[in-house]
Design a binder for this molecule. Structure first.
Ligand SMILES: *Cc1c(COP(=O)(O)O)cnc(C)c1O
Length: 826
């Protein structure tokens, strides 16, 4: 194996050769795009060696593999994180410098791979990084959407959706595998009969057949050989299956299947195309798993010894009936044996308890689109009913049944067909067991567990915040890159005034980078000495961006009334996409933008407050916002945010959490202590009690709270817009639809919390100490910890094995590798 990145000279020569070979030009004459494409092909090719070694080792040792089935992978840019994980970043940066350019100028040419909506997709991406870095064989399975989630622009103060053409320069990381294409069949009819032995036979006449063609992307771990695969399926024409009379109709249907990500977050749209997408990547993924297994095993009997499948939410839950179908119809297993294999292989992660987000499909739609799978689901339901009766829980069957109200309840199917069901933060898992899924928890007590989410500290700290990383190294060495719990070593220095000074300097640099971006893209001047208060996440009523902007509206109105009322200078940042059909969310964006225009152009108030809405929230924007923040707004209605992961990114970069006791915020304060965060607002049990007594009265709050009244009135009295009806949906939501997410109820507590935070910020040593404590205690939220828990408690994975010789060949030391697999230090 030739390592083209072993030293600067070798690298420079290889890059120049690559540019000439690919584009017929000298490096000096090449366009930046050409240089980018050449550099990334070099990286991709180099990864081929460790990729091969990993695949070989896994096959040879029958290492158990995980397949993470997720509709979404929100990867972001990959070039630099690949270089860092390969351990060649410094060589490349130096080489590029000597060739007369900054690596950064190529980095920014890469489009974010935005194959997802938000937290759920980003979690999948963080998991891939941790799996490879912990030497676990874990692969992703998803769709190769030609367009990511939409690109958001703000036009006339409103969100406009533009296509997100992430494949503009192609996807340099992928490898096309046409030889592994799979047929996927939809609709049509099934001729079925039972033979004299009770064995089911069928001939399927589908009315729509497509070819699923895989594109594989290598996922490289940090300083190790382990290189896993993210498989993205593209839909292609199946030549044999086209009927001549409807060619155009067929071509359009094939093209639509993988055109784009469904832009829903926390709602379920229930569109047929979405169900088609779900079956498409499930069917193709299962086919590949079976074929790989049979290449090295005589049968599928031992599938669950060598394969674990994790369902990221219910979107891939058709894995359960599909695997049953293949085992029974194609490999002649009887029901019980097939069910045994399926339930030992599959595990399910629940991401939400909000009923509008729970996936349900009309039974007719499912039956028409997937006739054989529907039959199997009916049989699962029949046998499940029997099991529930036998367990003496028949009286609760209604809560748990899969088929009811003419719908297929996907979460219930997932729970019945899995050996593990997990929530994504402690409080969320508790609500599942005690409330939403309590019948299931009584029936299957051992099936339920918690796996608190995490983020890869390699991207969100080491890569996104090199300034802070360098400072940390200076004080505590670099062991935290391998063992994020070692961030705790920083605790020793939190009162060290020298460190505090240097930390403020780092924070200021990050704020300056964000301020420069804001100046360049939005032409807004931002004061980097003001407090940076950030809320960036999908726009949703339960996340309560509305409460945040209402607090800002209050500050403005007060300042206009009272020249003596002034606050700690603060810049409020928002960044959020709204689902295109979510009218209330879009109106909230409009309100934020209109308020920001008004405030930023007010000569007095703008000395104390600026409001910035950064368009097109994405991984790359998150990388800028989370480490420039002083305050992290995590203000969802208690009980509604399953975990949140944005909260962890902020914490790890030293921002203070201003939040409710919801999702992983609960564990964040558990780690840092109440003295190092600002928690406010109603708690889950209080909200439950208000709902139970039916005692929530928005008009009473409105009438008794003049501050709040002033803000609510301003929505309709032409303060922010000439049109008094401009914010009618918001007004109605709060005042006529009884404020489902308790914005009014928490408003006062939120104001007071802000006051306290502002006072705290003014006390520099106390503030620095709290920020440093947040960093020191953030190791728990590395997805390495999360993945270790999944691997040990759900998947049963062992590490990928490599030989001494392979380490030599890859110029890695075995010692280095072993370090990566040391158990967590507590
Ligand atoms: C982390 C992240 C999210 C999730 O943010 P939450 O605050 O947990 O909702 C969403 N989108 C992007 C781009 C992210 O990086």
């Amino acid at each position: 194996m030739k390592n083209l990145f072993s030293d600067v000279e070798t690298f420079k020569e290889a890059l120049q050769t690559e540019v000439s070979a690919q584009f017929g030009r000298d490096f000096e004459d090449a366009y930046p795009e050409e240089r980018y494409l050449a550099l990334t092909s070099l990286i991709r090719n180099q990864l081929g060696y460790s990729w091969k070694a990993t695949k070989k080792s896994v096959a040879e040792h029958h290492t158990k593999q995980l397949y993470y089935f997720s509709m979404e992978f929100l990867l972001g840019r990959l070039m630099t994180s690949n270089l860092m994980n390969m351990g060649v970043y410094d060589v490349v940066r130096q080489g590029m410098k000597e060739l007369g350019m900054e690596l950064h100028d190529l980095e920014i040419l890469e489009a974010d791979a935005g194959l997802g909506n938000g937290g759920l997709g980003r979690l999948a991406a963080c998991f891939l990084d941790s799996l490879a870095s912990l030497n676990l064989a874990g692969n992703g399975n998803c769709i190769r959407y030609r367009y990511g989630l939409f690109k958001q622009e703000i036009v006339n103060d409103q969100q406009v959706e533009k296509p997100d053409c992430w494949l503009r320069l192609g996807n340099v990381w992928e490898v096309w595998k046409p030889q592994h294409a799979v047929q996927v069949k939809f609709g049509g009819t099934l001729d079925a009969y039972m033979d004299q032995y009770g064995k089911f036979h069928s001939t399927y006449h589908p009315d729509f057949v497509v070819k699923a063609v895989p594109y594989d992307m290598p996922v490289v771990g940090y300083h190790t050989l382990t290189t896993n695969t993210l498989r993205l399926w593209d839909a292609q024409v199946d030549e044999e299956s086209v009927q001549a009379d409807n060619l155009n109709h067929y071509l359009n249907a094939v093209s639509a299947l993988t055109a784009n990500v469904y832009p829903d977050d926390s709602t379920n749209e229930g569109k047929e195309l979405r169900l088609k997408q779900e079956y498409f990547f499930v069917c193709a993924g299962i086919d590949q798993i079976i074929r790989s297994h049979l290449r090295i095993n005589p049968s599928l009997d031992n599938l669950s010894d060598e394969v674990a499948i994790q369902l990221n939410d219910t979107h891939p839950v058709l894995v359960i009936p599909e695997l049953m179908r293949v085992l029974m119809d194609d490999y002649n297993y009887n029901w019980d044996d097939a069910w045994n294999i399926v339930t030992h292989t599959v595990a399910y992660t629940n991401h939400t308890i909000m009923s509008e987000a729970l996936e349900r499909w009309p039974q007719d739609l499912m039956r028409n689109l997937l006739p054989r799978l529907y039959m199997i689901i009916e049989e699962i339901e029949r046998r499940f009913r029997w099991e529930v009766d036998r367990a003496g829980m028949g009286y609760r069957f209604g809560e748990m049944s899969i088929l009811k109200d003419n719908q297929v309840h996907m979460a219930n199917l997932a729970i019945v067909g899995s050996h593990s069901v997990n929530g994504v933060a402690k409080i969320h898992s508790e609500i599942l067991v005690n409330d939403v899924l309590s019948a299931f928890a009584a029936l299957y007590p051992d099936r339920f567990n918690n796996k608190t989410n995490g983020i890869t500290h390699r991207r969100w700290l080491v890569y996104a915040n090199p300034q802070l990383t360098d400072l940390l190294k200076e004080y505590i060495g670099d062991s935290f890159i391998r063992h994020p719990d070692d961030l705790r070593k920083l605790e020793r220095y939190v009162d060290d005034s020298e460190l505090q000074k240097k930390f403020f300097e780092v924070k200021r640099q990050r704020k300056q980078i964000l301020a420069d971006y804001v100046k360049e893209t939005l032409n807004i001047d931002v004061n980097v000495d003001s407090m940076f208060d950030v809320q960036c996440k999908r726009l949703h009523a339960y996340k309560r961006q509305l409460m945040n902007i209402m607090h800002i509206m209050y500050l403005y109105l007060r300042m206009k009334q009272d020249p003596n009322f002034r606050i700690q200078p603060t810049t409020y940042f928002f960044s959020a996409k709204a689902a295109p059909g979510y009218k209330l969310a879009k109106e909230i964006i409009k309100l934020i933008v209109k308020v920001s225009n008004r405030i930023n152009s007010d000569p007095q108030v703008s000395q104390y407050i600026k409001v910035v809405f950064i368009p097109n929230y994405s991984v790359s924007i998150a990388e800028m916002l989370t480490n420039a923040a002083d305050v992290s707004e995590q203000i969802s209605t208690a009980g509604k945010e399953a975990s949140g992961t944005g909260n962890m990114k902020f914490m790890m970069n030293g921002a203070l959490t201003l939040g409710t006791l919801d999702g992983a915020n609960v564990e964040i304060v558990e780690q840092v202590g109440y003295e190092n965060a600002k928690i406010f607002g109603l708690k889950v049990d209080q909200i439950e009690a208000i709902k139970r007594d039916n005692s929530y009265d928005v008009w009473r709050i409105y009438n008794s709270n003049p501050k709040l009244r002033m803000v609510i009135d301003s929505l309709t009295n032409c303060t922010w817009s000439e049109n008094p009806n401009e914010f009618q949906l918001i007004f109605n939501d709060l005042m006529l639809h009884r404020d489902e997410f308790f914005v009014l109820a928490d408003f006062d507590a939120y104001l007071m919390a802000h006051n306290e935070v502002a006072g705290w910020y003014a006390d520099k040593p106390a503030w620095a100490r709290a920020m440093l404590m947040n960093i020191a205690r953030s190791g728990y939220f590395s997805s390495d910890r999360t993945i270790r828990e999944y691997a040990e408690e759900i998947w049963g994975l062992d590490e990928v094995k490599f030989t001494e010789k392979q380490f030599k060949e890859f110029e890695l030391s075995k010692e280095d590798y072993l370090l990566a697999s040391e158990p967590l230090e507590v």
